[in-house]
Ligand binder design. Structure first.
Ligand code: PEP
Ligand code: MG
Length: 316
């Protein structure tokens, strides 16, 4: 048993019956790469590129600076998968030179992809830098946009990627309920989905992620959130495409099993959580995860969903 536990703490993510669920790392820059590699991450599922933009409050980093930073990350995962998210400025991540100062409600204003479509030169530089950074490397690069609301957004992003000559898969984050509801339409434009459950919870429950007083509604076990995850994963499956999770939800080992049971195809989290999620996932079969997911969705509160999933998985 000890050997089995040790084996489960390294190697690729999979259920007890061998259903693969790649475990990827969320990183904020090259400084996080070592921890991701040490934790046995199979790649990067969310590279938040905002860090590059924090040094200078007046302008975007140069193409050269970006190429160097992206290359450092890409080189760390030879043959692996690296999902880079283009700049997500605005709301909880304001940038002086890009974010409008006078918005009454920044979370509902110009942020994420909206910012980039208003500043196409910033998006172009980022995509061109990525195209140069990946040149000659065997890594499997995927690039995704934050805050995609609909097919029009997805098309604008895919067009920008093609125009930059990017050799990569283009994807959309599902962070807005409209994107989950119309996932199949968005998938006509892009090749994969990645659920940002932090923002998806915020927008589903009209509960600001920065306001502690409404944290009950930010709980990723909320059955309404699980329904949107299931809808996104089913839509991706129907289109023959993948749908990962890169929000905090993926770092809760029990919830990770439920997400796998809902049909999510990869899980990305802070490196420190990977061994726990790997070990827990390895204890249950996909069928058990599916039953736990069904029990969670049949509940009426986050608390009940968690207990119901726990009961199924512990065989009560
Ligand atoms: C999310 O919203 O779940 C997400 C992964 O993006 P961020 O937390 O950077 O907004
Ligand atoms: Mg987000």
């Amino acid at each position: 048993a000890r050997r089995a536990a040790l084996a489960a703490s390294t190697g690729p993510g999979a259920t007890a019956d061998g259903h693969k669920v790649p475990l990827l790392a969320n990183i904020g820059g090259p400084a996080d790469v070592d921890a991701a590699v040490d934790a046995g991450a199979e790649g990067v599922g969310l590279f938040r590129t905002e860090f590059l933009f924090l040094d200078d409050s007046k302008q975007a980093p140069s193409e050269e600076k970006q190429v160097a930073a992206y290359r450092q990350v890409l080189e760390a995962f030879p043959e692996g998968r690296v999902v880079v998210r283009v700049l997500d400025a605005g709301a909880d991540k304001p940038l002086d030179f890009l974010t409008p100062a006078d918005e009454p409600n920044p979370a509902l204003g110009v942020r994420g992809l909206r910012t980039l479509l208003d500043h196409p030169e910033v998006l172009r530089t980022q995509l061109t830098a990525l195209a140069k950074a990946v040149e000659g490397l065997p890594v499997y690069l995927e690039v995704m946009a934050p805050m995609v609301a609909d097919r029009t957004d997805a098309r604008a992003f895919a067009d920008a990627c093609r125009e930059a000559g990017l050799r990569a898969k283009f994807g959309a984050m599902v962070e807005i309920p409209s994107a989950a509801l119309r996932a199949r339409s968005i998938l006509q434009e892009v090749e994969f989905l990645s659920l940002g459950t932090n923002d998806l919870a915020q927008y589903t429950f009209a509960a600001d992620r920065q306001v502690g007083a409404v944290s009950r509604l930010q709980d990723p076990w909320q059955p309404a959130l699980l329904d949107l995850v299931a809808l996104s994963a089913e839509s991706a499956k129907a289109e023959g495409k993948s749908c990962g999770v890169c929000g905090e939800a993926a770092s809760d080992p029990l919830l990770a099993c439920v997400l796998a049971g809902l049909g999510v195809t990869s899980l990305s989290m802070g490196a420190a959580s990977i061994p726990y999620v790997r070990a827990t996932l390895a204890k249950y079969t996909l069928a058990q995860c599916e039953r736990a997911a069904a029990a969670a969705r049949a509940s009426d509160s986050a608390e009940d969903a968690r207990s119901a999933a726990q009961a199924v998985l512990s065989g009560e």
